[in-house]
Ligand binder design. Structure first.
Ligand code: GLA
Length: 670
């Protein structure tokens, strides 16, 4: 799968091939990425070096400009002026780097990243070692092959072998220069309750950037995007898919040059980023995920879905069916009693729900969103018998029990803040801008992450918890870590290094708890979170017609088993729209199904209908959650289909009548 033939490095997956070449000056030139075909044809591909007037020649021995060569990595200062892979502020103040090929290695097992989440079970990994001998720095490029998924995962590491401290100012995970090619980009933007809007534009000149600066991967611009030929459709045409295993500020740029080449970089957003590397220290980038298909956008979805289900979702939940849940939020918001919760759970049990989730409001003195985040002990007024008392009753009904938490946050009005104001991200003596009346904890401080871990362990040990919904309801502002002092530009990245450590500890200590990520819906829907939490609440928007578009957007890059979809009450709490129960189910059915409404407000016939829906879902959920999903072309709306062995399920939305239907093996399900 990975070969070195002559000076060429050849990486193959089932249907794709990726080739780069060791150039005479010790740099690596990119040759080809795309459909797999006979190797001999490859070796004839010229590296396509052109010489133009006012460029800079690399050296006397290599009188070409790096600007004109399709590269595999790039730095500042030696002639290439496009977006670089890495920018280092050397100890002498310069930012020129000159990394030259040193050696390579092919390994079977890829090691996990030490500071960030990683994909696992690759087929082979290529490690390229490059050295900047002037500054004694080593740059490693990692390429992991996921043969069946047609995915190549790339990441990098910088090792400081010198005796001087340096600063990284920019470090992307992947750089690739496509030959003689320009693209149409498909990206996914949005905001709260309106995630994953598909957007397409033809890239002709200049730089197109997809990035986030919210302190999360964000609902503004999801890190997943595709580059295709102009006429690529759902089922036909060439397409590349890209994503990043990272939950913080991300950055991808697609730069179309005057030579009709396209440079694509993906990585950490370098805005307000800088990282100090002392002698013998290193820095690793998040993993970038690349895939290619000649079978249109559905080809990319198929590759990404397979890859995520098999190499991102942790082993314990890999291809494991997800329970039908009932969530208390839209039923009660903050205003519940133990009795009310139990009445709701009983109704849930009657209609076939498997898991009861107590959402926000169960802890501290929480009556609204203005207090108590950080105080992770049970509110005895609402739950006089504690979590254990409630959980036992729920379990006695035959239901599993789950709980909402938002551990990264603190309200100023909380016991935690009163005792430890310096545990929050606060700039000394400055007024802080709050989101949802809350601030972000400085989890880089080990004392703070220890507090979070201990508080959560206490809660998880207090009763028989099967599921945890982990929320994150605001974006970063006033970014400042009191703990980091004079290394503030490391804050955003170190935040995620700490968060991943916390998540890793918890999923290892509680391997059977099903964690669901959430960030006011999809404000942190990414592969970093999915490495720990197998599913994510896709959006706070539960209105079925709006949800159709949101779920359609997610489906391009993420498998159905990764997003949760709830049937809620009508009129919908956000849109005030009334839609039939059937429409609400038909849409929610294409994902991990849940209910989020007060079942006690429904009449018998509605309850009966829900019972049938859940029965239907349970019977076919393996097909739905793990079958092969496709978007079919349908002029009058949306058509989704899922195939597994001889089973096929379809959801069709008709624009003209605003109605939905589900078909099972061609038969209409009423
Ligand atoms: C966020 C979530 C909701 C709910 C509330 C609770 O908005 O997206 O589903 O959990 O928080 O405060």
């Amino acid at each position: 799968m990975i070969k070195k033939i002559g000076r060429n490095f050849i990486l193959e997956t089932k249907n794709t091939i990726y080739i780069f070449k060791l150039l005479p000056n010790g740099y690596l030139g990119h040759l080809y990425y795309g459909d797999r075909f006979d190797e001999k044809i490859f070796q004839n591909i010229k590296s396509n070096i052109r010489r133009t007037g006012n460029t800079v020649e690399y050296s006397d021995d290599f009188p070409y400009s790096l600007e004109d060569i399709p590269l595999e990595y790039s730095t500042y200062g030696k002639g290439d002026i496009k977006e670089p892979l890495i920018v280092i502020r050397n100890y002498d103040g310069s930012n020129t780097s000159d990394f030259i090929y040193d050696s390579y290695e092919i390994v079977k097992e890829k090691s996990k990243l030490e500071t960030l989440p990683s994909s696992y079970n690759c087929d082979e990994q290529l490690i390229i070692n490059l050295v900047d001998k002037y500054y004694n720095l080593k740059l490693q490029l990692f390429y992991s092959i996921f043969y069946e998924s047609n995915v190549i995962v790339k990441s990098c590491k910088l090792v400081n072998n010198s005796d001087k401290t340096i600063k990284i100012e920019k470090f992307n995970s992947s750089l690739i220069d496509m030959h003689n090619k320009t693209f149409t980009i498909t990206s996914f933007f949005g905001n709260w309750g309106n995630e994953m809007n598909k957007h397409q534009i033809k890239l002709t000149a200049g730089k197109y950037v997809i990035s986030s600066y919210t302190g999360s991967s964000s609902n503004r611009n999801n890190p997943f995007f595709m580059l295709s030929d102009d006429d690529t459709s759902e089922n036909k045409g060439e397409c590349y898919g890209f994503n990043l295993v990272y939950s913080g500020n991300h950055y991808s740029s697609i730069e179309t040059t005057q030579l009709q080449r396209t440079r694509i970089v993906q990585g950490i957003n370098s805005e307000n980023f800088e990282f100090e590397i002392n002698p013998n220290e290193d820095f690793e980038t998040p993993e970038a995920v690349l895939t290619f298909s000649s079978c249109g956008f559905n080809g990319i979805s198929k590759n990404m879905h397979y890859f995520i289900n098999n190499h991102i979702i942790r082993e314990n939940f890999k291809n494991k069916i997800r329970p039908v849940l009932l969530n208390s939020w839209e039923a009660f918001y903050f205003f519940f009693t133990e009795e009310g919760l139990l009445e709701l759970a009983e109704k849930g049990q009657e209609v076939g729900v498997e898991l009861f989730v107590l959402d926000d409001g169960w802890f501290g003195n929480r009556k609204n969103d203005q207090s108590s985040l950080g105080d992770w002990y049970v509110n005895q007024d609402k739950l006089p018998n504690g979590l254990n008392g409630l959980c036992n009753e729920i379990n006695a009904l035959g239901l599993k029990f789950g709980l909402w938490v938002e551990p990264e946050m603190v309200n100023v009005n909380s016991d935690l803040y009163r005792v430890h104001p310096n545990w929050a991200m606060n700039i000394n003596n400055k007024k802080h801008s709050e989101g949802r009346n809350q601030r972000i904890l400085d989890i880089i401080n080990p004392e703070v992450s220890e507090y979070i871990l201990n508080s959560l362990k206490r809660v998880f040990n207090s009763c028989n918890i099967s599921y945890v919904k982990w929320d994150f309801n605001r974006i970063f502002s006033d970014v400042y870590s009191p703990y980091l002092k004079d290394r503030q530009k490391e804050t955003s990245h170190r935040y995620y290094m700490s968060l991943y450590k916390i998540m890793d500890t918890l999923v290892n200590e509680y391997p059977d708890i099903l964690f669901e990520g959430c960030a006011g819906g999809g404000n942190r829907f990414d592969l970093g979170i999915l490495c720990y939490f197998p599913q994510i609440w896709a959006s706070d928007k539960t209105d079925a017609l709006d949800r159709l578009m949101i779920q359609n957007g997610y489906s391009y890059g993420y498998p159905l088993s990764s997003y949760t979809c709830h049937v809620s009450i009508c009129p919908n709490h956000l849109t005030r729209r009334t839609l039939p129960l059937k429409t609400r189910f038909d849409v929610a059915c294409f994902g991990n199904l849940g209910y989020e409404l007060n079942l006690n407000l429904l009449d018998e016939s509605e309850l009966e209908e829900i019972k049938k829906q859940i029965e239907f879902y349970k019977k076919h959920r393996e097909l739905i959650q793990f079958g092969q999903f496709e978007r079919e072309e349908y002029e009058n709306g949306i058509k989704w289909s899922i195939l597994k062995e001889d089973q096929k399920i379809e959801m069709i939305y008709h624009n003209d009548t605003q109605t939905t239907e589900i078909r099972l093996n061609g038969e209409k399900y009423e």
